[in-house]
Design a protein around this ligand. Structure first.
Ligand code: HEM
Length: 328
């Protein structure tokens, strides 16, 4: 069927808008230019996890830390001199897995030099990390370029463990993510661990309503004793599972834990402090969860893809780095 010149130009405009909205990313972007791109990343992630299974949660976290600062542009991978690179910001404390991205990049540079961006490798590795911990397998659009900027202070915008649900909401909204995304993506804490560093204030230095400081009163008594026995005052390094009782398997138990007061870090617990995020947590973990539960995996994957489209660089403002840790 044909179209008038007006309806044709409207259709073209809508198509361009749709392409623009997805940042011109596409699933299988490298299928011709570097057909082995996705399988190479998967095999490097698989090999890394064979020697250290804790690397999988670290790679999942890496996507969050890349995408929330200047968008998914691999800015977090740049290593500067004199502590001035983005990665040196304390907000990135404990970040690991950058070496796995570097290895994948090195291998891809021998297979298809100058083709696969570091920003895409971060996204692919996070996707594989989810699948390899028992989470959903899903397609991710690729075609991102690497950014040319890395500033220490840019990472100040990252959500903080002490943020309220309202502050978390506004930080996610800045990336086009809503309350559903906030809860679903926080549920990435179904795998992995936190350093006691992030628990100290919650356990020992929490501002109390009546004045003074102590333990967060929202923590159930037995759980508080358990957490204190794992994280002694001043212990910054011991690691504690984020999803009590189920830290190795990707499942909805983190949401049930949050619902029952067993959220380990304060930002997870805060999700059960706000009517709107409570509704989302309940929809996946409460009674309704038995109906909506099966969609958790698909919804999580959708939120990962959405997060992966934040501030994506395509066109001429970026580059494909030769080394992920250095601008060309
Ligand atoms: C809502 C805001 C968030 C805050 C405040 C937050 C905070 C934290 C903290 C403090 C840790 C412990 C880090 C360490 O000690 O190494 C952590 C770990 C982790 N985070 Fe988040 N996070 C948030 C959102 C996310 C998102 C959106 C994802 C991914 C979709 C994610 C994935 C992870 C994973 C998988 C770990 C475990 C890392 C490991 O075991 O090495 N987080 N997060």
């Amino acid at each position: 069927m044909g179209c008038s010149s007006t309806s044709c130009s409207v259709a073209v405009a809508l198509l361009l808008l749709a392409l623009g909205a997805s940042g011109q990313l596409q699933v299988g972007f490298y299928s011709k230019s570097c057909p082995s791109a996705e399988s190479t990343v998967a095999s490097i992630v698989r090999a890394a996890s064979a020697s250290d299974s804790t690397i999988l949660p670290a790679l999942l976290r890496l996507q969050f830390h890349d995408c929330f600062v200047r968008g998914c542009d691999a800015s977090v991978l740049i290593k500067g001199g004199n502590n001035s690179a983005e990665v040196d910001n304390a907000k990135h404390q404990g970040l690991r897995g950058l070496d796995v991205i570097d290895s994948a990049k090195a291998q891809l540079e021998t297979q298809c030099p100058g083709v696969v961006s570091c920003a895409d490798i971060v996204i692919l590795a996070a996707r594989d990390a989810v699948a390899f911990t028992g989470g959903p397998s899903f397609d991710v659009p690729t075609g991102r370029l690497d950014g040319k900027v890395s500033n220490l202070r840019d990472a100040d915008v990252l959500p903080d463990v002490h943020d309220s649900a309202q502050v978390l909401r506004s930080k996610f909204a800045a990336g086009g993510l809503d309350d559903k995304d906030l809860v679903l993506l926080s549920a990435a804490h179904t795998v992995g661990t936190t350093a006691c560093f992030f628990m100290q204030d919650r356990l020992y230095n929490f501002p109390l309503a009546g004045g003074g400081r102590g333990s967060d009163p929202s923590i159930p008594v037995d759980f508080l004793a358990e957490l204190k026995s794992r994280c002694a005052p001043g212990d910054f390094n011991t690691r504690v599972p984020l999803d009590r009782g189920s830290e190795r398997v990707f499942d909805t138990s983190i949401l049930r834990n949050i619902r029952n007061g067993f959220g380990v870090i304060a930002s997870d617990a805060a999700l059960y402090d706000d009517a709107s995020t409570v509704d989302v947590v309940d929809s996946y973990s409460g009674l309704l969860g038995t109906i909506f539960g099966p969609y958790f995996r698909q919804d999580f994957a959708d939120s990962m893809v959405k997060m992966g489209s934040i501030g994506v660089i395509t066109g001429s403002n970026g580059e494909v780095r030769k080394l992920c840790s250095k601008f060309n």
